[in-house]
Design a protein around this ligand. Structure first.
Ligand code: HEM
Length: 162
């Protein structure tokens, strides 16, 4: 069977493929978000920055002060959170990592997380992605995935506007 030049180009491209990073422009559409983000090493770096950012953002109140479900940010707890969040994002974007944490509803139950706190944490994630030069398209794709968890995480009624 005659191999078309397009197929040949694909074979050659795969033979000479090198690890993919978010900075690399013009990757084929079929490349998973996981790969376009730069794989596990890049996602780990983003999570590291993001958790630090969210934990110190008063608009997020990450440790849930005053909610009756305060979280103790010990080094061990933070390390486990980062490990699980990295697994979660890797798995959700197309990586083969298996998420070993609890489901989103169980974890966040009783934390009284509001829509505005959820919006604030999403903005922190976006800021971390920008810090690591992740292109807008990949940022939007990841934020859209994170947004799918909102229904399981937000439980407090919207704050009164009057
Ligand atoms: C305002 C929004 C949020 C707050 C305040 C918050 C807070 C927390 C806290 C305090 C923990 C530690 C709980 C524990 O170890 O017992 C936690 C765990 C976790 N959160 Fe969130 N979270 C928020 C949004 C999100 C979002 C948007 C995601 C994912 C898309 C997420 C993913 C996780 C994961 C994977 C864990 C680890 C679960 C485990 O270790 O079993 N969280 N979160």
């Amino acid at each position: 069977m005659k191999i078309g030049s397009f197929a040949l180009a694909l074979v050659l491209a795969s033979l000479f493929s090198i690890p993919v990073h978010a900075e690399d422009a013009a990757l084929p559409e079929t490349t998973s978000l996981y790969e376009r983000l730069g794989g596990e090493a890049a996602i780990t770096a983003v999570v590291d920055d993001f958790v630090g950012r969210a934990a110190s953002d008063p608009a997020v109140n990450f440790t849930r002060q005053g909610t009756g479900k305060e979280w103790d940010a010990t080094p061990e707890n933070v390390a486990t959170l980062k490990k699980h969040l990295t697994q979660f994002i890797c798995g959700a974007t197309g990586g083969s990592q298996v998420y070993e944490g609890r489901d989103m509803k169980t974890v966040h139950e009783g934390m009284k997380i509001t829509e505005s706190e959820f919006g604030a944490i999403a903005a922190d994630l976006k800021a971390s992605l920008t810090t690591f030069n992740v292109p807008e398209k990949e940022q939007d794709e990841l934020i859209a995935i994170v947004a799918t968890t909102q229904g399981s995480i937000v439980e407090a009624p919207p704050e009164s506007v009057s």
